[in-house]
Ligand binder design. Structure first.
Ligand code: FAD
Ligand code: SF4
Length: 322
């Protein structure tokens, strides 16, 4: 591992002032330190933000504010989160292991990097790691990679379960940085790859996430479901966070976000548009799923994600409707 300097930030402003060129923030380290060991991340300075006073979960009117340094385990166990946003608690608990969740922070989870095998292997080219070097996944192993919103430059997926639930809940990310303070809605934080897959998010250098704010829960029943190769300790092949509000047999409101299928949590807006105002039937759920997945561009080895995603959407909506 390359040598680096380490400093513990005393306040958000102190963190931002320390995070100059060559520096990176350190949350729980469960992703960044792995990438440093692999030689993928090579920071000169680590600015530890895991002990900043950003570790509270607070009620703010009908909203809930979650500090960026809250550990994943604490988020999933919080009574306010469990009662108001059970879908979020379930998404967080479906990720990683108890030990990793005890270390991992909210901000770090959102900003964890793709698990594309070529990205993690410094002996191989990869446009995300080394812009312009190529994307061997397109011709090679793309079994677990994206089918929606891909580009000629990258077909990686975003690995976070939490981010998928936050996209369906329309959470907001609070950021402070050299350019001042701002609020970024999710979806909107993570980018699609386009010509610049090296940029995972819209954050600028030195931007520090300070909190995630959850709006009042949308009306209706909600569910997070994750399909993976084994029961635990695996990233999603396809996951879904869905909220369905049915009144007199008609869909009054619907939110669907998908994970494991795109470079960002994928908000299924086309499916939502098809559903809202129509009947809450299995046939309508299938039509909506197919409308969404029409825009998918699977590769030979991940074409299985198309029927998988369709079935996951339909089955989850059926379960919510019942
Ligand atoms: C074996 C294993 C299995 C896993 N399985 C899953 C899974 O199934 N689902 C899932 O969702 N996750 C999974 N994870 C990922 C795990 O959840 C992430 O490693 C973790 O959430 C990252 O959080 P962290 O605080 O440790 O981040 P770090 O590793 O400390 O940092 C990650 C990134 O966030 C940046 N960062 C950290 N804090 C801030 C901040 N406040 N502002 C701006 N930037 C910041 C860092 O600079 C770095 O770029 C798994 C991890 C492991 C090791
Ligand atoms: S899919 Fe993206 S992350 Fe994977 S090799 Fe291609 S450019 Fe790199």
């Amino acid at each position: 591992m390359k040598t680096f300097e380490y400093a513990r930030a005393q306040s958000p402003a102190d963190a931002v002032s320390r995070c100059g060129p060559g520096a990176m923030y350190l949350g729980g380290g469960t992703n960044l330190v792995d990438l440093m060991r692999l030689g993928v991340a090579r920071p000169d300075h680590l600015v530890d933000v895991s002990r900043l006073p950003l570790d509270a979960i607070e009620e703010a009117g009908d909203r809930v504010r979650v500090g960026a340094a809250v550990r994943n385990s604490d988020l999933a166990a919080d009574p306010l989160v469990r009662s108001r946003y059970p879908m979020l608690a379930r998404a967080v608990l479906s990720g990683a292991s108890g030990q990793v969740r005890n270390m991992a922070t909210v901000a770090g989870n959102l900003l964890q990097r793709t698990r594309c095998p070529y990205f993690q292997d410094v002996t191989r080219p990869c446009n995300k790691r080394e812009p312009g070097s190529g994307c061997p996944a397109i011709e090679g192993d793309h079994t677990n990679l994206a089918i929606l919103g891909t580009s000629h430059a990258c077909v990686a997926t975003h690995p976070s379960d939490m981010a998928v639930a936050l996209a369906a809940l329309e959470a907001e990310v609070h950021v402070t940085g050299p350019g001042g303070d701002r609020i970024i809605p999710i979806p909107g934080l993570h980018r699609l790859p386009g010509d610049a897959p090296e940029r995972d998010t819209v954050l600028e250098p030195g931007d520090l996430i300070t909190a995630v704010e959850l709006p009042a829960p949308p009306p209706g029943a909600s569910l997070y479901r994750k399909v993976r190769e084994r029961a635990s300790f695996a990233f999603a092949l396809v996951s879904i966070a869905a909220v369905l509000d049915i009144r007199d047999g008609v869909v009054a409101g619907c939110r669907i976000a998908l994970g494991g299928v795109a470079h960002a949590p994928w908000r299924a807006e086309r499916a939502e548009q098809v559903l809202v105002g129509g009947p809450a039937t299995g046939e309508a759920f299938l039509t909506a799923a197919e409308a969404e997945l029409e825009q998918a561009r699977p590769l030979p080895r991940n074409a299985f994600k198309l029927p998988l995603a369709r079935n996951v959407i339909v089955r989850t909506l059926e379960e919510l409707a019942s």
